[in-house]
Design a protein around this ligand. Sequence first.
Ligand code: ZN
Length: 284
Amino acid sequence: MRKGGVMTGIGTSMVAATCLAAVLLLCTATLRAGQSVSPEEKSAGAGYEVLKRGVVERFGSAKPREWGETVTGVKTRLNSREKVIALTLDACGSRSGMGFDAELLAFLEREKIPATLFINARWIGPNQESFSRLAANPLFEIANHGLGHKPASVTGKSVYGISGTKDPAELVDEVELNARKIEALTGRRPRFYRSGTAYYDEVAVQVAQALGHQVAGFSILGDAGATYTREEVKKALLTSTPGSIIIAHMNHPQGGTAPGIMDAVPELRKLGFRFVRLSDLPLK
Ligand SMILES: [Zn+2]
């Protein structure tokens, strides 16, 4: 279904059938030219090149007009009037962001609070054991936070001094190679994508959709990149309304995120809220 969606989405099934030999030649030529190829790309194989070319053909000439966290196509809420909240936690994997908030995750497990975990490829290596354990727990779902944690652009736009992906081809690497990495490790392909910095142009959102992902924004800034104090985190979470999606971080154990969430959850429950994963309800 998912795979079918992707193939239909970019119309590559015919291409796949007829051009595989040509693509294999192209791959060989690329390797001979001595261009650097990431380990993920190398193991992705010829089918991957076909997929990437299909996306480039479809979106290569599109000119984005929007840039931000809530551009067209980004889902920011659960489509429900019930008192449901989705807690989403990012693991970003920058040099200073390789930590694992064991206290926070242990709390969620103990209290049976579902969450959607947006995992960047770089974070997995140093946290392999925690990653595997979380992925095996049905309370959590693993989502895609990119290969290199880049803002999702088809033109190389930057935000916070971080350069976005420079074109649709690099964006395919950013989204698809981490999706494949996660699928290889967990047996499940992620269904949701959030870019590094959560910035997009609207064409980039369409590219992620063509690769079978819903793009998950947020309606509540839970910890502002793990910079909030305990009190600020709690205050932010208590602004939840039916259908809120909270963004916070699981890779900065020294910050106020865990204590703030642990303070807020019992109060939210008292107010009648329950927590769900993004896949539990439609998004809007
Ligand atoms: Zn991040």
